[in-house]
Design a binder for this molecule. Structure first.
Ligand SMILES: C[S@@+](CC[C@H](N)C(=O)[O-])C[C@H]1O[C@@H](n2cnc3c(N)ncnc32)[C@H](O)[C@@H]1O
Length: 206
């Protein structure tokens, strides 16, 4: 298979790698606003990876309708394994760029997904997504902030290089994701944002 961001080869070691480099910080950063997703919400988790987020959501908000989407069959298998094949979660293998059913969700989650695309591709994705989603859809986004310190810059460069070699990642730097989204008319709820030195978790609205 020949697409960029092909995680099939790293799916089995992804959680181990993330923990090795970031400890529990990266995974925890995705969970910081979980309590704001209301009971009975219909949630799509895009690029759901090994399924850590859907697992936490299914535990914390069992009445939510949870759909997981990922292009990688190996990631999807890991997610099912991680969730003991829970029938609370519907698994969809699809390319987020081609997916046409965004309008059925009131929450769409993008954790460490939007950072994979160079600015023009990211912009195109956001424009397409906005056309397909229902106005008022909540976006739950966790991702890297642009690195500031030398240590962060080195870490991010090493990470980009690793994923370039292992998954075909195309980016050269981390974009200011929220700025790109805001330019395309997606609204940031300043009160629903938490940040630390490397990561942000924000809720935005289409
Ligand atoms: C960096 S991982 C993030 C995984 C997870 N969200 C997390 O927080 O750890 C990116 C995920 O997006 C998936 N992905 C890449 N391109 C995609 C696409 N076009 N459509 C859907 N999923 C995609 C990859 O297979 C991978 O599982």
């Amino acid at each position: 298979m020949n697409w960029s961001n092909n995680y099939n080869g790293v799916a089995g070691i992804y959680n181990f790698l993330v923990r090795l480099v970031f400890g529990s910080k990266l995974i925890n950063s995705t969970l910081r606003l979980l309590h704001l997703i209301p009971k009975h919400a219909t949630v799509l988790v895009v690029g759901g990876g090994t399924g850590n987020f859907v697992k936490a959501l299914a535990t914390q908000q069992p009445t939510c309708t949870i759909h997981y989407l990922d292009i990688s069959i190996a990631m999807l298998r890991q997610a099912k394994k991680n969730n003991h094949n829970s029938d609370k979660i519907k698994y969809i293998q699809a390319d987020a760029f081609c997916y046409n059913a965004y309008e059925q969700y009131d929450w769409v989650v993008f954790n460490f997904f939007l950072d994979m695309f160079p600015s023009e591709e990211l912009r195109n994705f956001v424009v397409q997504f906005k056309n397909k989603a229902t106005p008022g859809t909540n976006l739950y986004i966790t991702d890297f902030k642009r690195p500031i310190s030398l240590r962060q810059k080195i870490l991010v460069c090493a990470m980009i290089l690793f994923f370039k070699l292992s998954t075909g990642l195309k980016i050269k730097k981390i974009e200011d994701i929220r700025k790109v989204l805001k330019k395309e008319g997606v609204q940031l709820n300043e009160d629903c944002t938490v940040e630390d030195s490397m990561f942000f978790c924000s809720i935005m609205k289409v």
